[in-house]
Design a protein around this ligand. Structure first.
Ligand SMILES: *Cc1c(COP(=O)(O)O)cnc(C)c1O
Length: 369
């Protein structure tokens, strides 16, 4: 049972009947309610659930000027058994804490974070789509609302959680994701904010991202900020290479976002006794193993896309292409394993799922399938 029972102001009229669940996109429709909590006078207060809608802020609000904002992204799924589950919210709560710390935003109580999600989903459970690959995307965000032009940590914040019924970020039929390795621009440098989920990191990627799209690629592949030779990650995903049946992903050294999906993939590989390494991998090595026929596949891992096979990587004049059709790709097996856990189709041996909505209030256990 939730530790924090939240007051709820329900909508007068639900917008649910206007939603075309047969043609969902990614995050352009939001459910009826949102969680809201304010920080002022040194404490978080007024945690509540209210109708989704505009928030008012002064034009001097610090978030608008100096980017003092953090966010999270996680998903809730309608299981094959009708039970609603949120995937690993405790990990997102921990990461939000690390992002807040880096951005000088006062910490959020982990119990409040999880309990707010429980109660928000209980209110808007009907918004959760039920087809495989669809989910209710949960977007917590915190931003500085103090009106002040001094560059300093704010003394007022707003913490919101909004939800959106979504399909996956990339279509499963889309034939994989194409990447352009970025030779000039940098997403994050050592000592910067690369490990934090903060808006500024994304603002910095828009220009190179537009270049990638203009040149016919889906996403930018980020290289290290010093020499642009080592692989870091993709837009909103961590990256994995399968070389001679061993999986390689770059290590978390401060410039890469510590993905929950990345962590889940590593755990699943460990469970299966597969070989994997968290180590730096250069574009030179990627190309050399490709030329020797040893690079079997590349895939991205992130909440929005789950697992996305990579079909093409361009780096300068070199283009690597990958067949994303074969049924024996590890990316397909990993995708199925993760979605099967998320939807309760297989046993949740790691206790990753948090049961929410009507099944939770009916007194079932909080974790497990
Ligand atoms: C959110 C994000 C990821 C993926 O993290 P998940 O927790 O797996 O969703 C990867 N890279 C960046 C830059 C991100 O913002």
């Amino acid at each position: 049972m939730p530790n924090h029972i939240l007051p709820i102001t329900p909508v007068r009229q639900s917008r649910l009947s206007n939603v075309d669940f047969d043609n969902l996109e990614f995050g352009n429709v939001f459910a009826d309610h949102m969680f809201s909590c304010e920080y002022s006078a040194g404490r978080w207060h007024d945690a509540r659930i209210v109708p989704y809608g505009p928030v008012s802020m002064e034009p001097g609000a610090l978030c608008l000027h100096y980017g003092q904002t953090v966010f999270e992204g996680l998903k809730a799924f309608k299981g094959v058994d009708g039970i609603s589950r949120v995937f690993r919210p405790d990990k997102n709560a921990d990461r939000l804490g690390q992002s807040c710390e880096r951005l000088c935003i006062p910490a959020i109580d982990k119990e409040l974070f999880c309990s707010a999600i429980d109660q928000l989903i209980a209110v808007d459970e009907k918004w959760m789509p039920s087809r495989r690959g669809e989910s209710l995307y949960i977007r917590p965000l915190i931003f500085a609302t103090e009106s002040n032009l001094l560059v300093k940590p704010a003394d007022r914040y707003l913490f919101l959680i909004i939800t959106a019924p979504v399909k996956e970020y990339f279509s499963r039929q889309g034939g994989g994701v194409s990447l352009r390795a970025e030779p000039k621009y940098t997403r994050a440098a050592m000592g910067g904010t690369g490990f934090a989920k903060t808006g500024g990191n994304y603002a910095a990627t828009l220009r190179p991202g537009a270049d990638s799209v203009e040149q016919g690629f889906d996403q930018t592949l980020w290289l290290d900020g010093r020499d642009h030779s080592f692989v870091e990650e993709v837009g909103q995903m961590n990256i994995f290479f399968r070389i001679r049946d061993a999986f390689v992903t770059p290590p978390l050294k401060g410039t890469i976002l510590p993905g929950v999906t990345r962590d889940s993939v590593l755990t699943l590989l460990e469970d299966r006794g597969e070989k994997y390494e968290e180590r730096p991998i250069s574009m030179e090595e990627v190309i050399a193993t490709y030329n020797k026929g040893e690079l079997q596949e590349v895939f991205g891992a992130g909440t929005a896309a789950v697992i996305a096979p990579v079909s093409r990587i361009a780096y300068g004049d070199t283009t690597l292409t990958f067949d994303v059709e074969p049924d024996n790709l590890a990316s397909k097996r990993l995708y199925d394993s993760i979605v099967d856990i998320q939807t309760g189709a297989v046993e949740d041996i790691h206790g990753w799922n948090r049961i929410v909505g009507a099944s939770q209030t009916a007194g079932k256990t909080m974790t497990g399938s």
